[in-house]
Ligand binder design. Sequence first.
Ligand code: ZN
Length: 316
Amino acid sequence: MAVVAVDIGGTTVKGALFDADGTVLDRATVPTFPVGATDPGLPGGVALAAVTALVDQLAASATASGRSLSGIGLCSPGLVDAERGRVALAVNLGWADLPVAELLADRFGVPVALDHDARAAARAERAARGAAGRSVDEFVFIPIGTGIAATIVTGGAIVHGATGGAGEFGHVPVVPGGELCTCGQRGCVEVYASAGNVLRRYREAGGSLAANTREVTELVGTDPVADRVWHDAVDALATGVVMLTAVLDPDAIVIGGGLGEAGERLLAPLRTAVAERLQWRSVPAIEQSLVGAGAGLAGAALLVNSPVHHPPVKEP
Ligand SMILES: [Zn+2]
């Protein structure tokens, strides 16, 4: 038996084949929008064709190793209705009200489960925290990558919200009248602190020494442009974390995603900035993710064994 997990992103679709013990047997990554790809004229368009091709590849890998595919776990950005297996809206994928789980269940003949990428990642984080003896009932998981989301875990449960839209932490406005965000608001956390926006702001401020976001973080302390951009990113995140703390009273704030790999370069100034603001109360632990950038995939694999899944439609 084997499970295919797929983490669908706006730039790449990442997949992995897991055995029953959760060991990774194979991995694959394809571009979400391959250069020169033409729209197949099917629901989900180019992006779903990329997902299907990736699952094809990993299913073939399962067969080649003598294993049968027992399920597919997917995670997607956007507004995701996990219960119905639909992506209500994912602008970066060109999806609106797309029954992704059903389409793939019909195509591959196995149960398919779907959840929001940050919530799937939080499942993996919760499992890893439990295994490490850390608190699992009251924490907020914030993966920082191309975008910024947050998954709220309270009373041990993952919060989905009325429309599946809970946790859009990246679109909390924290700078009144600030820079314009892709969502149409101004001053969102994401405009200052997502990996892509840190690099964009570094370049727009005249920075020339870094080729990517990681290099910007490494220049902090030696390059005044990097210092300013990083200060703004930490400041925006801190204001958001203070809001989350005041409202939810979490035990821990867990930072993950690609920018989470910056480790103490991000966490140390963030702890200081949060503590400066929250002098009236205790401050939650601010920790690095235990599962790292692969959390989405690990969480998608865990979904297959969750109660919410979509069986394939049987041929009449
Ligand atoms: Zn926004």
